[in-house]
Design a protein around this ligand. Structure first.
Ligand code: ADP
Ligand code: MG
Length: 261
């Protein structure tokens, strides 16, 4: 069964795209079939995967507007072991374009359903806002992964996001769950980061991933080369952390599958 995860947080710069790209590469390295869907007009996940956003034949916008099937929009990325549905600035037109189409919240869900069981994991990299694009991602997903930078305003933003998730669950997608909260860009020498981390664990318990993503310059460098960190510097703390995250997710899913069998 395909597991669809949306990486969402309306705050920008918290590590959504870095996590999407590097988790996609890490899951692929553990022999999972992975599709990364870029649904952010900034197209950072697209570029970070080695796909030139200025030369797209088809993008996620065509898929959302029904001008292309999902199948036609998939690109094999830069040979990093996962596929991608790319995005670019054209996607800013989606908000207006979607007004005129039926089932406007379900465009992405319907498109992904057409792919059947082709993938083990679909990761959706959301924009830093709670707009129709994010609604499409949350309507298509089974779980939301929330990257969080452990700083002063982190918890405040989280309340708004959780309210949105609850509203989506009541209306558009009753199956939606918070899959996990991921601590990103973590610096253990920072007292505030440790305090916020402790608060997250207190409030969300098991829903906080054990794996912590450290601040690591390799993670910031890799995108400018259009490659996931795993293929840029395999031994970096960033690469190892995302491999560990992939392992944690796979183990969790195996346990859940075992429970329901
Ligand atoms: P978002 O998609 O949530 O806006 P990004 O993943 O683009 O956030 O990250 C914001 C910036 O921080 C980018 O420049 C990225 O390279 C950098 N970055 C992300 N995670 C890390 C990390 N763990 N260590 C160092 N830099 C990081
Ligand atoms: Mg981003």
């Amino acid at each position: 069964m395909t597991k669809i995860l949306a990486l969402a947080n309306q705050k920008g710069g918290v590590g959504k795209t870095t996590t999407s790209v590097n988790l996609a590469a890490s899951l692929a390295a553990t022999k999972r079939r992975v599709l990364l869907v870029d649904i952010d007009p900034q197209g950072n996940a697209t570029m970070g995967s080695g796909v030139d956003k200025y030369r797209l034949q088809h993008s996620v916008l065509d898929v959302l507007l029904g001008q292309t099937g999902a199948e036609q929009a998939i690109s094999a990325a830069g040979g990093h072991g996962y596929d991608i549905v790319p995005a670019n600035g054209d996607l800013t037109a989606a908000e207006v374009g979607l007004i005129q189409v039926p089932r406007k919240e379900y465009r992405l869900r319907d498109a992904l359903e057409s792919l059947g069981d082709r993938y083990d994991y679909v990761l959706i990299d959301c924009p830093p806002s709670l707009n129709m694009l994010t609604v499409n991602a949350l309507a298509a997903a089974r779980g939301v992964m929330i990257p969080i930078q452990c700083e002063y305003y982190a918890l405040e933003g989280l309340t708004a996001l959780i309210k949105t998730i609850e509203r989506i669950r009541e209306g558009v997608n009753p199956q939606l769950e918070i899959e996990g909260l991921l601590r990103t860009m973590f610096d253990p020498r920072n007292n505030l980061a440790n305090d916020v981390s402790a608060q997250l664990l207190e409030h969300f318990g098991d829903r906080v991933y054990r794996t912590i993503i450290p601040r690591n310059v390799r993670l910031a460098e890799a995108p400018s080369h259009g490659i996931p960190v795993l293929h840029y510097d395999r031994a970096s703390t960033g690469a190892l952390a995302y491999l560990a995250l992939a392992g944690e997710i796979i183990r969790r899913d195996q346990r859940t599958a075992g429970d329901s069998a």
